[in-house]
Design a protein around this ligand. Structure first.
Ligand SMILES: NC(=O)C1=CN([C@@H]2O[C@H](COP(=O)(O)OP(=O)(O)OC[C@H]3O[C@@H](n4cnc5c(N)ncnc54)[C@H](OP(=O)(O)O)[C@@H]3O)[C@@H](O)[C@H]2O)C=CC1
Ligand SMILES: CC(=O)N[C@@H](CCC(=O)OP(=O)(O)O)C(=O)O
Length: 344
């Protein structure tokens, strides 16, 4: 049994973490923070957790996080980097759901995130928490940078093709759609019901901060070879889910792409390669830690189209964080994550 704290328990990824951790057999939830709701019982704010979580929110100072074996930061970018050194020195391991430790290059991070990094010396130690790529390093890590939601769907979709050096690396396209919970729980005009419902739009076409993260991940997968990617995110009128439609040109048209994906992911508990010709739906993964993938070659041509779906709050955030926790503490990787998707 490990002692776990959650910083940022009132956000969408925070409450999703609480849902997953509350029934994890190896976890004792010790502290859940909120600055704005300190003192309120968690189950009063989130009635879905009544009978499952009996703690109250505490301020980050009251929470005494240094008593924990592991602390999750489900906070905006720029929060975990200020606390990481103190907690690591106290023997606490960390998983940051935000982007503070995702990019290896501090200059690049500061440019994309528009702030000075508070702990650049920790970037080298931090492990990028995509288990399908970094499983062994995650198991040894003190500090894990949980991947972003779009980056998870896109990297898992391109991974077998890049590992096998099977596509032209200069023309990758990722056309991605996200549900509104991807923007978090804070009030913002573009996520109001009247703005987001019955509407569909692209955003961040000129440059989204997930672009350098995805490019870094794809280049690692391609063993350091350069990768050029066009990434266009869209906001869709659904609550949860990411649908990534990925395009690449095969270098060897005789390749059996269905067999390539099936073999690469055969041992992966959370990546499901669908039968040839399938069209995965976001609702087929809702509330689960699954990434479902289908591979197509329209009209038998040499363009491969990969369809990759995840729940942004689970495999795209809290579920992947619990998967990383399981690896870090030597628990079975799927413990607490045997979640049947909710449909419809
Ligand atoms: N939503 C998604 O699908 C995904 C989100 N992420 C990332 O996960 C992180 C959390 O996202 P999400 O749950 O959506 O965010 P929310 O905006 O919904 O929640 C943020 C939480 O952090 C707390 N918080 C805010 N500022 C501070 C601070 N300075 N110190 C301590 N706590 C703070 C808030 O509580 P309070 O203000 O009361 O303290 C709140 O509980 C973000 O970095 C996001 O980019 C990653 C993948 C997917
Ligand atoms: C729909 C929506 O607004 N999505 C967010 C991505 C949220 C997220 O996952 O951010 P990090 O992974 O960087 O923490 C956005 O595009 O900014």
């Amino acid at each position: 049994m490990i002692k776990v704290g959650v910083v940022g328990g009132t956000g969408y990824t925070g409450v999703e973490l609480l849902r997953l951790l509350s029934h994890h057999p190896e976890v004792s939830l010790e502290a859940i923070t909120s600055r704005t709701e300190a003192g309120m019982p968690v189950a009063e704010m989130f009635p879905s957790l009544r009978g499952h979580v009996d703690l109250r929110f505490a301020t980050p100072d009251e929470a005494r996080l240094e008593r924990c074996d592991l602390v999750f930061f489900a906070t905006p970018n720029g929060v975990a980097m200020k606390e990481a050194r103190r907690l690591l020195d106290a023997g606490v391991r960390l998983i940051d759901l935000a982007a503070d430790f995702r990019l290896a290059d501090v200059d690049q991070w500061e440019r994309w995130y528009g702030m000075t990094h508070a702990a650049p010396e920790l970037l080298e130690e931090a492990v990028y928490g995509l288990p399908e790529v970094e499983r062994e390093a995650i198991a040894r890590a003190r500090l894990v940078a949980n991947p972003g939601c779009y980056p998870t769907a896109v990297q898992l979709g391109f991974l077998p093709l890049l590992e096998a050096n099977a596509v032209a690396r200069d023309g990758l396209v990722a056309d991605c759609k996200s549900g509104v919970s991807g923007a978090g729980r804070k009030a913002e005009v573009h996520t109001l019901f009247a703005e987001a419902a019955d509407n569909f739009k692209a955003y961040g076409v000129a440059g989204h901060r997930h672009l350098p993260e995805i490019r870094q991940g794809l280049q690692r997968i391609a063993r350091g070879l350069p990768v050029e990617l066009t990434f266009v995110p869209h906001l869709t009128p659904m609550i949860r889910g990411i649908h990534a439609t990925l395009y690449a040109r095969l270098t060897d048209p005789s390749l059996d792409v269905q067999a390539l994906f099936a073999e690469r992911y055969a041992g992966e508990p959370f990546v499901d390669v669908l039968p040839a010709g399938s069209h995965p739906e976001t609702r087929s993964v809702r509330a689960s830690n699954l990434c479902r993938i289908a591979v197509h070659r329209p009209q038998g041509g040499d363009v491969v189209v990969v369809l990759s779906v995840i729940d942004n709050l689970v495999k795209g955030a809290a579920g992947q964080a619990v998967q990383n926790m399981n690896l870090m503490f030597g628990f079975p990787e799927t413990l607490g994550l045997d979640l049947v998707p909710v449909s419809p």
